[in-house]
Structure formats: C-alpha cells, structure tokens
Design a protein. Structure first.
Length: 272
C-alpha cells in the first residue's frame, strides 16, 4: 500500500474590492467645513455686495448716460469718455498722480536704504533708534495729517516757515501754492513710507555674513578703502626699491655673478 504525499494547498486570497477613495470618505466633512466658512463670510459678503459691488455696477452704467435728475437719464454712449480724455485738467491730474507715485516710491526706497545703513548693526542701543524711526509707519493717518498740518502752517510763525526765516527765506504757502503743493504731499508720503522700507533693508542686511565686511575692509573696499589702497601702493614702492638695491649690489646682474647671501638684502616690507 503506497501513500502519496500531497503538497498543502496554497490558499489564494481573492482580490478585495477597491476601498473607496479617501476624498470620498472625507467629502461630507469638507462640505460641512465649506458651509460653515461661507456662513461666517455671508454677512461681510452681503455688506460688500450692497455697498460696493452694486454701486460699482451702477457707476459703470451711468457713465454711458447723461444723468438728468427727475428727467430721466439719456444715453450718450462714449461721449463722456471722449470728453474726459481730452480735458486738460484731467490729463494734468493723471500726470501729477504719476509724478507723485514715482517720487514717493523712489524717495521712500532711497531714504529707507540710507536709514538702514545708518542703524544697521548689533549694538544694544539701536533698538530704541529703530523703534523711534518706525513710529511714522504705525501712526494713524489722522495723526500724521494733523502733525504735518501744524508743520505746514502757511503763516510766518509756522514751524517750517520759522526755520526758513532763520536762513533768510520767505514764508511758503506749502499746500496752498500750486508750485509747492505736490512736493509737500510727496514729502509726507516719503516720511511715512521710508521707515517701512528701512525695516525691509535691515532684514536683508542682517543676513549678510559679518566676515564679508572684514574681508572688504582688508581689501580696501570698506569706508576706509582709501587708506587701504595707499598702504598697498606704499608696499609696491617698497618692493620696487628693494629690488633696485639688490641689483645695485651686483646680485642677479648676470648668471655668473657672485654675491653673498646677505649682499643687498634689505628688510622685506610688511603690508597689511
């Protein structure tokens, strides 16, 4: 009687049906989160719609009409736009706006960079100076306007006019004069925006490795670069005079010339 050994049957796992995607399981929770978020935003959206978006649409619609109260608006098409773009007062206002934007932005950047270079460092007392310089940026616009209104007082006893009187200049009208009003407003904008640019430049300067400043000072690229350059020139002149003294002693004039190791040797210049 013979017995045959059978290999154990390998249990085959039937493929399971694919599990539902994760986003399908989280879909109700996401919709619930979106609904709650839109519910909180709904009051603000209603206010914006009633007081901002609807008036904007109405203003665009009225721009194509001749508005006549109690008589009904009359359609004029593009006539209003043609009249505006050909008006000298409107073109002058556009030009003044461009000058104000460019001058105020450029002046704030230049002044902010200058202030950042002045107060950049690790000294302990600089935090107070930086805080004092940054105050114009965080001050309320109403406070800034009142402060400069006092400074721009057009009378001879005004703050800035008193200073101008010390140097023999007459009182200026500042905001009341068409020659100085633009520059007066630009000065206020630069004064208020420069501290913000200063903090950005200080943040960038703080990331510069301090060893680069030491290397620049050694190479003469620092503020004392002129002295470093003069030292290097003196070093070159000393080296040339040392070479001439060695040649005059007979060393190196010909391949067969003989001289002692110390002949014509001078002190080697030390340059830092």
């Amino acid at each position: 009687m013979t017995t045959t050994l059978r290999e154990p049957a390998v249990r085959r796992h039937e493929p399971r049906p694919p599990a539902p995607a994760a986003w399908r399981r989280r879909l109700p929770a996401r919709l619930q989160g979106y609904a709650i978020a839109w519910l909180f935003l709904l009051p603000a959206l209603l206010l914006f719609t009633v007081f901002k978006f609807v008036p904007m649409v109405r203003a665009v619609e009225m721009s194509f009409h001749e508005v006549r109260p109690y008589l009904g608006d009359r359609w004029v098409g593009m006539d209003n736009y043609r009249e505006v773009v050909t008006d000298e007062a409107f073109l002058s206002a556009i030009w003044h706006t461009i000058v104000l934007a460019v001058g105020q932005t450029g002046g704030s950047i230049v002044l902010g960079l200058a202030l950042a270079l002045l107060v950049e460092g690790t000294a302990r007392h600089l935090w107070f100076v930086r805080t004092a310089m940054f105050l114009p940026t965080v001050a309320a616009m109403a406070v800034v306007a009142e402060l400069w209104r006092i400074l721009y007082y057009p009378g001879s006893d005004g703050a800035l006019n008193s200073i101008l009187g010390w140097v023999g200049l007459g009182p200026s009208q500042f905001l009341n004069s068409e020659d100085t009003s633009l520059w007066s407003v630009m000065a206020v904008g630069i004064w208020r925006g420069a501290p913000y640019d200063m903090m950005i430049f200080i943040a960038g300067l703080a990331g510069v490795d301090r060893t680069l400043y030491e290397a620049a000072a050694a190479d003469g690229a620092a503020p004392g670069g002129a002295s470093g350059t003069s030292r290097s020139r003196r070093c070159v002149r000393s080296s040339r005079s040392s070479s001439r003294s060695r040649r005059s002693a007979g060393c190196g004039s010909s391949p067969r010339s003989s001289c002692s190791p110390t002949a014509g040797r001078t002190a080697r210049p030390r340059c830092s």
